[in-house]
Ligand binder design. Structure first.
Ligand SMILES: Nc1ncnc2c1ncn2[C@@H]1O[C@H](COP(=O)(O)OP(=O)(O)OP(=O)(O)O)[C@@H](O)[C@H]1O
Ligand SMILES: [Mg+2]
Length: 258
């Protein structure tokens, strides 16, 4: 075994789950991700915040390869992201993603939304997939809605179904990109509560959100991005009480006093 591969296995053993190393990404002339180094450990909850256009969504999308990168590397559990095919489908199952818009299949029932991927990608048989789906729907508090169609549910319920659907694949890490920002205020908490529970249960999570209460109570670390760079990383306590950079101070003064 070469020294390089030993080193890599050591890192996996110490719990590095998602590792971005020198990642760069351009959209034409726009350098949207600039030399991003970020390591997420197993069981860690990392909240990513920053101004609009700073690259938060692009960062999430590169991690499950909805976007390619120009240079650098991204590994999940010690393995580089696969480029295509079945390997890529499996990666997408390992990296659960919940977006701002609910993205449920409109013409499938809630239950079908949560069983489909299990059968297709994980080759789970129909009965097991249904059992798991019902258990997850119960866990996120929408068990009674299993036979309805997404349009018959509130936004908060739909978003909880989206979380159950991602969890059904048995992901190693969950990415959330502003999961509550399209919701009416009274539905935000029911989704945040499900996410907090997930964090307490030990799920590794990367969460883009402006919900500072969630960041304070559930995050192990806050990553602040501006202009495609990670400007600051700190514990929530450190970050909110004593931000170091002017960009972070400016950003916090805007979101905390509006
Ligand atoms: N597919 C694309 N083609 C070209 N430019 C893009 C594309 N996607 C994003 N961008 C640009 O890249 C920059 C970063 O976008 P991104 O969506 O990652 O920001 P964000 O931090 O998630 O912002 P927001 O808080 O508004 O969601 C923005 O300037 C955006 O206009
Ligand atoms: Mg975004």
């Amino acid at each position: 075994m070469t020294e390089v591969s030993v080193a890599k296995e050591d890192k996996v053993a110490t719990g590095e789950l998602v590792v971005l190393n020198g990642v760069n990404k351009h959209f034409g002339a726009l350098h949207v991700l600039q030399d991003i180094d970020l390591t997420i450990h197993r069981g860690e909850v990392v909240v990513v915040i920053g101004p609009s256009g700073s690259g938060k969504s692009t960062l999430c999308r590169t991690i499950n390869r909805l976007e390619t990168i120009d240079s650098g590397s991204i590994t999940i559990d010690g393995k580089p992201l696969p480029a295509e095919g079945k390997e890529l489908a499996r990666l997408r199952a390992d990296v659960g993603m919940v977006f701002q818009s609910f993205n449920l299949f409109a013409h499938k029932t809630v239950l079908e939304n949560v069983t489909l991927g299990q059968a297709k990608v994980r080759k789970v048989d129909a009965k097991k997939a249904e059992e798991k789906a019902r258990a997850l729907l119960d866990r996120v508090g929408v068990g009674a809605q299993a036979d309805k169609y997404p349009a018959q549910l509130s936004g908060g319920q739909q978003q909880r179904v989206a979380i159950a659907r991602a969890l059904a694949m048995g992901p190693k890490v969950m990415l959330f990109d502003e999961p509550t920002s399209a919701l009416d205020p009274e539905m935000i908490n029911e989704v945040l509560e499900v996410m907090k529970q997930l964090a307490e249960d030990g799920m590794t999570m990367i969460v883009v959100t402006h919900e500072m209460g969630f960041a304070r109570s559930a995050a192990n670390r806050v990553v602040f991005m501006a202009d495609g760079r990670i400007v600051e990383e700190a514990t929530p306590d450190q970050f909110f009480s004593n931000p170091r950079s002017d960009r972070a101070k400016d950003f916090l003064s805007k979101i905390l006093h509006h």
